[in-house]
Design a protein around this ligand. Structure first.
Ligand code: ADP
Ligand code: TRP
Length: 324
């Protein structure tokens, strides 16, 4: 059997550059390598782990599929589906019996969310990484293209795989991150990572040149000169974007200027914005061509394949657990 890949993006809004560079670009690379069976889902159940609006969720679920197709996920090569159309929730319940509450409460991703808003720390939130493990293990996936922020969750999937294999002699691979060049895209605010949940931190794949110009113009900078290169803050974000969109030579040029004659941020920011827009333009053009019908067709076909595979993994586990 060929190796498998599974990944997903939470249905909590449109995709941004961080999602593209950290996850979707890896999804495309593995899809096109022809060495893997690739499964790409819309994590709509994961959207229920934080406060949500049902009407908005209905829209977001389809928007993620639209973004996927526009970016180059190809339904003739990959199974594209919505998580809630399959049996992931059932599978995650079985897996939850292998993890302690204490282990789940210690995850940094959970602790951060609890700190931000304790009143929203639901059981679904605590269960988030187990549901993600179910997504991956249901397909016995080997590789998972995700950004670095998902590593603690991937570790849970690996632990559960080991436990299932030890307890029942099963053959779940321990899934590994497929790391892209943009595995950690920093925030435009200069603090932390680019994220949908932090206003002012991201560039959407659908942003216009004007929007990109004004967002990049807002990245905080310094005098443009120093004896050492900054390792965080807005200037570091600009350097990362130069590396990703203008290449290594340009990055070296910027670093040299920073350490000697000084860097002119006005010109550099314009150049970065234009290169990002040039990169996004074909994606935006393709996005306009995708009809609602096409989206429906893709996920209906994807759901069918998904249910077959997940159904079979579930049956295997139910036998081992004494449920069949
Ligand atoms: P967000 O944090 O914006 O809500 P998601 O949690 O939906 O994004 O992430 C979807 C995918 O995109 C995950 O694989 C995640 O690791 C990746 N990702 C999100 N933000 C970044 C980033 N700034 N850099 C690299 N990858 C990212
Ligand atoms: N937790 C991921 C995120 O925040 C989304 C996700 C859900 C996922 N299930 C997954 C990613 C399985 C990779 C594999 O974006």
């Amino acid at each position: 059997m060929s190796k498998r890949v599974l990944s997903g993006v939470r249905a909590s809004g449109r995709l941004h550059l961080g999602n593209y560079l950290g996850a979707v670009s890896g999804m495309i690379e593995l899809q096109n390598s022809n060495e893997y069976e690739t499964f790409y889902m819309v994590a709509d159940l994961h959207a229920l782990t934080t406060p949500f609006d049902p009407e908005q969720l209905r829209v977001n679920r389809r928007e993620v599929v639209r973004d996927y197709l526009a970016c180059g996920l190809d339904p003739s090569k990959s199974v594209i589906f919505e998580q809630s159309d399959s049996y992931h929730a059932e599978f995650s319940f079985y897996l939850s019996s292998f993890m302690t509450v204490a282990r789940m409460m210690h995850l940094p991703t959970y602790k951060d969310k609890v700190k931000q808003s304790p009143e929203n720390a639901s059981m679904a939130l605590l269960n988030y990484p187990i549901l993600m493990a179910a997504d991956i293990l249901a397909y016995k996936a080997n590789a998972v293209p995700v950004g670095d922020d998902q590593m603690p969750h991937l570790e849970i999937a690996r632990e559960i795989a080991r436990k299932l294999n030890d307890a029942y002699g099963l053959d779940f691979p321990e899934p590994e991150q497929f790391k892209t060049k943009g595995h950690l895209v920093p925030s435009l605010t200069g603090m932390g990572k680019m994220s949908k949940s932090v206003e002012g931190s991201y560039i959407l794949l659908t942003d216009s040149l004007d929007q990109i110009n004004s967002k990049i113009a807002g990245v905080p900078t310094d005098s443009g000169q120093g004896s050492e290169l900054p390792s965080d803050g807005g200037v570091n974000t600009l350097f990362e974007l130069v590396d990703l969109f203008l290449g290594e030579n340009k990055l070296q040029e910027c670093k040299n200027a920073y350490l000697s004659t000084g860097l002119r941020y006005g010109d550099l920011k314009k150049e970065i914005s234009e290169s990002i827009y040039e990169f996004l333009r074909p994606i935006q053009e393709r996005r306009l061509q995708i009809s609602d019908d096409e989206v429906e067709r893709v996920i209906t076909a994807g759901a069918k394949v998904s249910r077959e595979i997940v159904g079979s993994t579930i049956s295997q586990l139910r036998v081992k657990m004494g449920l069949i």
